[in-house]
Design a protein around this ligand. Structure first.
Ligand SMILES: [Zn+2]
Length: 185
């Protein structure tokens, strides 16, 4: 949040979340797909316009952070809205597929059960009307495909497409985000 400046504070009376400093910024919580306001108590993307930073103005800056504004007033009496649980995660990491919300880390946990898989990449195809998840794996043993498919289906109730990639062909990175690719068509 270095771009935005101070954004919030936790109050002593009600820890585990933070009040937005609404005299420093205008805050919106929007559905990241429709950009309609989320109702109080609903999750959405934190969108901020800062007011106090003369040299670094930002207007309706999409933070990519998932937050939820508390529906009830805080017992501390401050009028500022309060984000329950602080930042809950990133909006762009969430994969919505067959009625499930799945994070890449949850899929990675299943893939890591198979030591035969050297590297992998998660591709999400968000074509209208149908989201597909394609798992590209580098594996020396082709037989891992069926077992991985079964384990993913057991864990998340959808069947992934699994494609075997040539050894060394998938990008190597310390950054987990490189393992998620989104295709919009
Ligand atoms: Zn409070």
């Amino acid at each position: 949040m270095s771009e935005l400046g101070s954004l919030g504070m936790e109050c002593r009376e009600n820890p585990g979340g933070f009040h937005l400093l609404e005299d420093e910024c205008l805050v919106e919580v929007l559905d990241p797909k429709t950009l309609e306001p989320a109702a109080p108590g609903e999750e959405g993307e934190l969108v901020v316009t800062n007011l106090g930073r003369v040299g670094s103005p930002l207007v309706r800056y999409r933070t990519g952070d998932r937050v939820r504004v508390a529906a009830q007033a805080c017992p501390c009496g401050r009028p500022w809205r309060r984000l329950e649980g602080g930042v809950l995660g990133r909006t762009d990491d969430l994969i919505f597929i067959r009625g499930n919300n799945v994070y890449p880390s949850m899929i990675e946990a299943v893939v890591r059960r198979f030591p035969e898989i050297q590297e992998f990449q998660i591709e999400v195809d968000d074509s209208p009307g149908r989201t597909e998840l394609i798992l590209h794996i580098e594996a020396l043993d082709d037989g891992v495909r069926d077992r991985l498919e079964r384990d993913v289906q057991t864990a998340f109730h959808f069947r992934p497409m699994i494609r075997i990639a040539a050894p060394g062909s998938l990008p190597r990175s310390e950054m987990k985000s490189r393992r998620l690719v989104r295709k919009l068509s």
